[in-house]
Design a protein around this ligand. Structure first.
Ligand code: AR6
Length: 213
C-alpha cells in the first residue's frame, strides 16, 4: 500500500504493468496497439503520463460494470471529482459520445486517486438498441477520449470494451470501431491498449486487430 492509500506496485518496466501477457500490433513506427486480458483498474505504466478510460453513463456518478470497478478502486475522491464536472443539461455531465477527464493534484507520484494511473477519462458509449446511430456514437466515444488524452499529454492509454456490457453492443462490431478509431491516432500515442475482461471479448478484439492492422 503506497502513501496515497493505493496499491501501486513498486516496479514496472512494461506498459500495461499490473497485467500479464497480451499481444502487440504496430500502429506506426512510433506507436503500438496492445490487447490485454484482465481488470483495467490494475493497468498502469510506470513513470509516464497514463490514463484509463471509464465506460460511464451521462450522469458520471458511478454505476456497475467497469464504472463500478474503477470507482471502487479509485476511492471516494473520484466520485467527488466527477461531481465537480459541470452539468451541460440537468443530470448530464457527459453526453453520449463525449469525454471528460479527472485527475487529482499531483501529490503522490502524480497518481489519480487510489489508482496506479495519472488520469481517468470518462466517456459514454451508446445503448446499442436505443441509439439511432450506435456506430457513430461509439466511434465518437473512442475518438473524443483519445483527443482529450492527447490534449493532456497522455502517452499511454487503456480502454475497456465500451458499451459491450449492459449497453449491449456486440463485440465484433464494437471491436472493429475501437481498433479503426485507434488507428486514426497512430502517431499520437506511444501505446493504445484495450483491456478485455472476458476470454470472448479478447478473442474477438484479437481477430479484429489482425484483420484491420
Ligand atoms: N476491467 C475491464 N473491463 C471490465 C471490467 C474491468 N474491471 N469490468 C467489466 N468490464 P459495462 P457499458 C467489461 O457494462 O456497456 C455502468 O453501470 C465488461 O465485461 O461496464 O458501456 C455505467 O455506469 C464489458 O465488456 O459498460 C453505465 O450505466 C465492458 O467492460 C453502463 O454501465 C463494458 O461493460 C455502461 O455500460
Amino acid at each position: 500500500v503506497d502513501d496515497a492509500g493505493g496499491t501501486r506496485p513498486s516496479v514496472s518496466t512494461v506498459a500495461g504493468g499490473g497485467l500479464g501477457g497480451g499481444e502487440c500490433f504496430e500502429l506506426s513506427p512510433s506507436g503500438v496497439l496492445k490487447l490485454q486480458k484482465g481488470d483495467i483498474t490494475k493497468w498502469f505504466v510506470d513513470g509516464s503520463t497514463d490514463a484509463i478510460v471509464n465506460a460511464a453513463d451521462e450522469q458520471m456518478l458511478g454505476g456497475g460494470g467497469v464504472d463500478g470497478a474503477i470507482h471502487r478502486a479509485a476511492g471516494p475522491e473520484l466520485l467527488e471529482a466527477c461531481s465537480k464536472v459541470p452539468e451541460v443539461l440537468p443530470g448530464v455531465r457527459c453526453p453520449t459520445g463525449e469525454a471528460r477527464i479527472t485527475q487529482t493534484p499531483c501529490i503522490f507520484y502524480c497518481r489519480a486517486f487510489r489508482l496506479p494511473v495519472s488520469h481517468v477519462i470518462h466517456t459514454v458509449g451508446p445503448i446499442y438498441d436505443v441509439d439511432k446511430h450506435p456506430e457513430v456514437s461509439l466511434g465518437n466515444a473512442y475518438r473524443n477520449s483519445l483527443r482529450l488524452a492527447k490534449e493532456n499529454n497522455v502517452q499511454y492509454i487503456a480502454f475497456p470494451a465500451i458499451s459491450c456490457g449492459v449497453y449491449g453492443y456486440p463485440y465484433k462490431e464494437a471491436s472493429r470501431i475501437a481498433v479503426s478509431t485507434a488507428k486514426e491516432f497512430s502517431n499520437d500515442f506511444k501505446e493504445v491498449h484495450f483491456v478485455l475482461f472476458s476470454d470472448d471479448a479478447y478473442k474477438v478484439w484479437l481477430d479484429s486487430a489482425r484483420e484491420l492492422l
